[in-house]
Design a protein around this ligand. Sequence first.
Ligand SMILES: Cc1ncc(COP(=O)(O)O)c(C=O)c1O
Length: 415
Amino acid sequence: MAVKLERAAYGAAAQDWDPGALPTPFPRTIGPNALRYLEEVVASGLRTDMVGRFERRFAEALGVKHCVATPGCTPALHLLAMALPFAPGDEVIVSPISDYGTVMGLIKQHYIPVFADTAPGTVNLSAETVAPLITDRTRAILAVHKAGLLCDMDPIMALARKHDLVVIEDVCQAVFGRYKGRLAGTLGDAAGFSFDAEKTLGSDTGGCLVTDDDALAERARFLGQSRGGVMQPGFGRVHIAEGNALRMPECTAAITLAQLEIIHDQVAHRDRMARLLTAALGRIPGITPLPIPDSVDVYSPWMVGFSIDPAAFRCTADEFGRQCAEAGIPGASTCRYYLLPAALPFLQERASAHVYPYSKPPASRDYAYGADACPTAQAFLETFIRWSSFCEKYRPEHCDLAADIVRRVADANRA
Ligand SMILES: Cc1ncc(COP(=O)(O)O)c(C=O)c1O
């Protein structure tokens, strides 16, 4: 008999844990102007340009030329994939630990995601893990700043420039984080952001892409939002390309604009709390918090976590996570599903069967997906426990309490 699988849930429904004694993101803190902006949308009879207002403010806040608002980061990265001048079968080197939204657009455009392993001890790829994967078909690097830990972008950019590759940042989990003084999302050629309800800049299923490249921004709007349509005199709308309609709604823009007005204080607070928590977790024998590189001068984590030393404890990481959750850390658990090459079995099926775009030509090599594709990332996730989501409501006493819970679970399970 076929096993009935549970459909994946998103937003508040996916974060419906027992809150225990620690704060959870929901109900979200909403910027004081949200209702005013929403009222403007309604009172104007939908004639506001809230999306344009948000785009201009977000671009200003980041110091970039263009922001294109979308209904999420998955669509934002899809728009970018549509707008980039790549061909089916072209390869994009991607972080292995992420969300499906990172690669969905690449797959829809028939590009081939090639997962680079993580650098040892981190959740991110590095120039060293990317370099051996570059082939004649590589066109771009898509670097995810996982858990607010910004990839070491200077060497990645140097490598990309040497090979004439486009660099895209996925900033969903690191909004307004800073690397060597520069904002995440301004370090590469373009970037995608998520404003999902549970994200740091939590809005309502929103997102955007940013870039300084005029032609790329225009092409993203034309293909991704105007459905590839142009006005032909004497005829009307003609669709000269296969386009899409991935636009942010006005009401979402109203909430996102209000959230943008409070984000800087929230990120500064997150940075302080996450560093306190990291220090407290680091004092527990057998526990290694996510290491914050010196290059990250604003740490804006969406989620937090720690690794356990398996030799130090009698229990498994799954059991350790379960006990942390029972003791009051909301949603504490291992997260093997973050290993993208293992979480997308259909890619391996297509690659093995040489189904388009894995047919030969154009693919320039054999592609292997699955849990073994990125052994460092896989090993890391075996002993890594995260909790979703770290949020703006944490105070120093919450950091102490979370570390105290982890310490008690650790002490109860010492080998
Ligand atoms: C790293 C990363 N990339 C992409 C996405 C997809 O973003 P969205 O849900 O806004 O489409 C997420 C969402 O969880 C994410 O965490």
